[in-house]
Design a protein around this ligand. Structure first.
Ligand SMILES: [Zn+2]
Length: 180
């Protein structure tokens, strides 16, 4: 069986930074993740660490951590922009899709891709601006882009960032190489 000490954990992109991930085994009954500086530390429960599938456990914990941060970041940003621009919406959902960053339904439900938590905050915020502008214009008309530009001046910068780096975020996987 591969031991935890032999594991090389992948780098985790997070809010435009690169985090070094590390796993240690603890006597606790729950696995906890803490972020200190650029070190993402998984304090694994001995139960999780003993499982044959513990690399999958690590992956699940890291991806769960990213998704919960994504949820919090999107909810916060939507609320800030709502207070600033005064729109109303129905709900926020965090999705796992490899095809889109976000969407807004005719029923005012907002959907966002959790992978945006890996991008810089201003890029995540641009996607919020984009989708919440669809609450007023359900198309990509001139008026839609005018509203986006009003609410997020200089948005072309974030749009270009996504064009350049989007594919690598969409394809990112937390793959653990086990030593032999
Ligand atoms: Zn759109």
């Amino acid at each position: 069986m591969t031991r935890l000490s032999e594991l090389e954990l992948p780098i985790v992109p997070f809010r435009g930074r690169l985090l070094q991930a590390r796993a240690i085994v603890t006597p606790f009954s729950h696995t906890r993740i803490t972020l200190r500086g650029d070190l993402l530390q998984l304090a694994m429960s001995s139960i999780d660490a003993c499982q044959e599938s513990f690399t999958e456990q690590i992956t699940e914990h890291v991806c769960g951590w990213l998704r919960s941060h994504a949820r919090r970041a999107f909810c916060e940003d939507v609320e800030i922009q709502k207070a600033r621009h005064g729109f109303t919406y129905q709900s926020i959902s965090i999705k796992d899709t490899r095809s889109r960053w976000g969407s807004c339904s005719a029923r005012n439900n907002l959907n966002f891709n959790w992978r945006l938590i890996m991008a810089p905050d201003d890029v995540l915020s641009y996607v919020v601006t984009h989708e919440t502008a669809h609450l007023s214009h359900l198309d990509h008309s001139e008026n839609f882009w005018k509203l986006v530009a009003e609410r997020c001046p200089g948005y072309l910068h974030q749009k270009n960032w996504l064009r350049k780096n989007g594919a690598s975020l969409m394809n990112w996987n937390f793959v653990i190489q086990t030593a032999r």
